[in-house]
Design a protein around this ligand. Structure first.
Ligand SMILES: [Zn+2]
Ligand SMILES: [Zn+2]
Length: 183
């Protein structure tokens, strides 16, 4: 029985087969460089930017070039082994979870987790709203504040670091010029 709000979410189950296993299964030529990139992108709820992938790859293989990392990302996207996630702001993220899923994004730190959205199959775009398009699907991103960012001390820390959040005019703000309270 459903007791929660109309739209509920749950965390996705573990993906069936991780990226590296899929690449081995399709016999893609796994050079050491490509394997490092694929290993960076293993796991669940992984949504790195290209620069994050490069940094993590360099940590493992200092000589790996940016071009190799970016070419590998592009190849994996073209092969359908990585999904590109475009958010309303910030760079593209690369997602090794190629099962259908949606996202929940922390508006404070940008953390992105995979979710299955209950009731998504009942979303309807009416004839008049289709503007002649053949509609293929819908991607949803829920916004929220993650547990780490909900913790008051960290929130205060973040607010001090970046100043008053411009995108959040309803939030409590210090009077301009008043001293920042100690943590
Ligand atoms: Zn957060
Ligand atoms: Zn995802």
């Amino acid at each position: 029985m459903t007791t929660g709000p109309e739209t509920t979410m749950r965390t996705s189950p573990p993906t069936t087969g991780d990226l590296l296993e899929r690449l081995r299964a399709r016999r893609w030529r796994l050079t050491p460089q490509r394997r490092v990139v694929a290993e960076v992108l293993r796991g669940e709820h992984v949504h790195f930017t290209a620069e994050e992938v490069r940094r993590r790859a360099v940590a493992v293989m200092p000589e790996i070039s940016q071009a190799t990392v970016y070419n590998t990302l592009n190849d994996l996207v073209a092969m359908g082994e990585l999904r590109v996630v475009s958010l309303e702001r910030g760079p593209l993220r690369y997602d090794p979870n190629i099962e259908p899923h949606d996202h929940l994004r922390c508006v404070s730190c940008g953390r992105l987790v995979d979710v299955d959205v209950a009731g998504k199959d009942r979303l309807v775009l009416g004839e008049a709203d289709r503007h002649g398009f053949a509609v293929l699907g819908v991607d949803l991103t829920f916004r929220g504040v993650c547990p780490a960012c909900r913790e008051p001390r960290r929130q205060a820390h973040r607010a001090r670091r970046r100043g008053a959040p411009a995108a959040d005019p309803g939030a409590d703000r210090a009077v301009p010029g008043s001293p920042t309270p100690p943590a």
